[in-house]
Design a protein. Structure first.
Length: 400
């Protein structure tokens, strides 16, 4: 972690808090990172394995009790004005133009029995919004950590992740799985997380890329899950599970609790009997992607980075053609990497429909990679991309 950069962000945030709410005495500062998912896309809500890592990009929040019984005031360095809601009428915060993620988390903490009073909170984010790096989960987890600690009811990382997920599902209307919040809460520097989303159990895997680095290529087309086809995909895979279980029963086999409980052999046996072409494609992506995650971890454990990179490309094409969750911009930026010799592997990452690709690039070739991809991508779309060389950081924590 770059300590100087973190200290600078904290100093900027405290100055903003002082200007907005008056003074910094008694203020505590917390942070929670965004995440990059290396492989395992759109299967966390299907009970699958995913392989995310926390970034050193994140959300910083400064909090302090404000002496009121139930007034919450929120501000951010990138937003004009202060957003306010009361704990007694928290449902009205659903309609805020900014702050509903925080309100949803506060509601979940209250349901868990955290005795919350009035507080002020100021936010600073280093995550590019709409890039598919989970800025929303970062807000949720940092808020959950800050408020639970401020009011003397600390939660475990897993509890914070689950509270954030419930807030996004129930309060914000996005039927996300657990991956984003879990990676933000439980990240470990230098490691990716193999997360079993069915049991919410995990193990850390050292991420050794040798002479290569992770480069995020941002299409600069923002994605918004609530306004995208994310919830539509959730409905399609729910139908897919019903279909697979119906077919399994007709073959004399037991039903499964989620799509990722089916293996590749069962997929090959059952999927031809799914009449709806769209549902069949969604099922094919989910089951095959879950198998790719397990293979990917094995490849990294054996330091086979070339095969891992090829697997990333396979995963991208699955979500592009079977799950149809990419779009013209992501397709263009992915295609621009294919003939660059220093790029070992690439795929879209995050919810899709805009956002970023994650790329494994030889460190010596990063600048040339940026020029190459930018030229092709801009020629194809007219957009100018952004690039971030990633470091893998720790999860949510208190800073000051």
């Amino acid at each position: 972690m770059d300590t100087d950069k973190t200290n600078s962000q904290v100093s900027t945030l405290l100055s903003f808090f002082d200007r907005t709410f008056g003074g910094t005495e008694g203020v505590r500062v917390f942070t929670a990172p965004g995440r990059v998912n290396l492989i395992g896309e759109h299967i966390d809500y299907c009970g699958g394995f995913v392989f995310p890592a926390a970034l050193t990009l994140g959300t910083y929040v400064a909090v302090r009790k404000n002496g009121t019984k139930d007034t919450v005031r929120l501000a951010a360095t990138t937003i004009d004005g202060v957003r306010t809601f009361t704990l007694g009428d928290i449902e009205s915060a659903r309609n805020l133009d900014w702050g509903n993620y925080q309100a949803g988390v506060v509601k979940e903490l209250m349901l868990l029995g955290v005795d919350i009073g009035g507080f002020d909170a100021a936010y600073l984010s280093t995550i590019p919004f709409g890039a598919g790096l989970s800025s929303s989960a970062s807000i949720e987890v940092s808020t959950g950590l800050a408020v639970s600690e401020l009011f003397g009811s600390p939660l475990t990382g897993k509890e914070l992740a689950l509270a954030g997920q419930r807030a996004e599902n129930k309060f914000c209307g996005v039927n996300c799985g657990i991956m984003d919040q879990f990676a933000s809460a439980m990240g470990l520097a230098g490691h990716a997380i193999l997360l079993d989303c069915a049991s919410v159990t995990h193990k850390y895997a050292p991420l050794d890329l040798g002479d290569s680095v992770l480069v995020l290529a941002n299409t600069c087309k923002k994605h918004a899950l609530g306004a995208s086809k994310y919830n539509e995909r959730r409905a399609e895979v729910a139908t897919g599970l019903q279909e697979m279980n119906r077919i399994a029963k007709s073959h004399g086999n037991p039903e499964k609790p989620n799509l990722c409980a089916f293996n590749k052999a069962e997929l090959l046996e059952y999927s031809p009997e799914i009449a709806n072409d769209i549902i069949r494609k969604r099922v094919m992506h989910v089951v095959s992607e879950n198998e790719r995650v397990k293979e990917a971890v094995t490849l990294l454990e054996h330091a086979n980075l070339t095969a891992f990179g090829a697997l990333l490309r396979d995963a991208n094409q699955s979500i592009r053609y079977l799950y149809e969750a990419t779009g013209a911009e992501l397709d263009a930026i992915f295609d621009a990497t294919l003939d660059f010799p220093g790029c070992i592997g690439s795929r879209m990452t995050g919810g899709g429909f805009g956002g970023c690709t994650v790329n494994i690039v030889k460190a010596s070739a990063v600048e040339e990679f940026k020029k190459h991809v930018a030229a092709l991508y801009t020629a194809k779309t007219g957009n100018i991309p952004e690039f971030y060389v990633c470091e893998i950081g720790d999860g949510a924590r208190e800073l000051a």
